[in-house]
Design a protein around this ligand. Structure first.
Ligand SMILES: [Zn+2]
Length: 275
């Protein structure tokens, strides 16, 4: 691993430890919605290995109240499990673990990318997205399928017609392929800079029932169901950090999603020459 990513990984762990020590006293009630991406061999920050995933889910089953994303949107307290982008390894490596423990989860797919890869040139052996047949198999295994647009754009950079097409067409394709319209939508990238008020309005108009961002944090019962916060899980999460995220000890990481936090992160990434 090059120096930049290694330094970033160390900094991420150190930040989580520091926030955990400071944040032990400010835990909020509400729904915590976990965001996973690939559960396999894909080389990416957001990848989690199958071994780590199984350990995390087994810990959740034994120690947390796992709820569906719909219950989280309805204001229930507990932990919901979500996956973004629709990696094939979600079907192979995540669904069996969830099914064995009878836990609900939601997978957000990019309907215009199914059967391909997220990043052009990526090795499909590790980065493949599900085909529609595989999405149907995932749904049959009990995982709810949500929409994540057609092509994973930064919605905030698009005009109204393009946003509407990305948001409404992905719902229409899921309804056509699976036989029922999706309830849930996830804004691609999902930080405050990546979607705007128009995106939220168009998601409501397209017939979804709730939507998730990737802004970090817990959702108290009164939260806006159209911009629910989530808690990203990544490959720098040790078992201790994972548990701290689930019980709310790291809720203060939400500060990273403030305009100041975003500027600091961009500055740090530029300094380390990584995106
Ligand atoms: Zn995504």
């Amino acid at each position: 691993m090059a120096a930049g990513p290694r330094v970033k990984k160390l900094l991420k762990r150190a930040t989580k430890r520091a926030v955990g020590m400071a944040g032990g006293f400010v835990r909020h009630v509400g729904a915590r919605i976990l965001t996973y991406h690939s559960v396999g061999a894909r080389v990416h920050d957001m990848n989690v290995t199958p071994v780590d995933f199984a350990a995390q889910i087994e810990w959740l089953a034994a120690n947390a109240r796992v709820i569906s994303l719909r219950e989280a949107a309805d204001g229930c307290e507990g932990v919901a499990i979500t996956f973004d982008d629709g990696y094939r390894d979600n079907l192979a490596n995540a669904a069996p673990v969830l099914r064995a423990l009878r836990l609900p989860a939601t997978c957000f797919i990019c309907t215009g990318r199914m059967g391909g890869v997220m990043v052009s040139g990526e090795d499909p052996a590790v980065g493949a997205l599900m085909t529609w047949d595989e999405v149907r198999a995932l749904a049959a295994a009990g995982i709810d399928i949500g929409a994540h647009t057609m092509t994973h754009p930064h919605l905030s950079q698009l005009g109204e017609e393009d946003q509407r097409r990305e948001i409404a067409e992905s719902a229409r394709m899921i309804a056509e392929q699976l036989g029922c319209a999706p309830e849930a939508f996830a804004y691609p990238y999902g930080s405050l800079a990546d979607y705007n008020a128009m995106s939220v309005r168009l998601v409501r108009e397209a017939g979804y029932r709730y939507a998730v961002s990737n802004r970090y944090g817990v959702n108290p019962p009164s939260s806006d169901r159209w911009t629910l916060r989530r808690i990203w899980i990544d490959n720098t999460d040790t078992p201790d950090i994972f548990r701290a995220k689930v019980v709310g000890q790291l809720d203060a990481l939400a500060l990273l999603d403030s305009p100041l936090g975003i500027a600091l992160r961009y500055g740090l990434n530029r300094a380390l020459r990584i995106r």
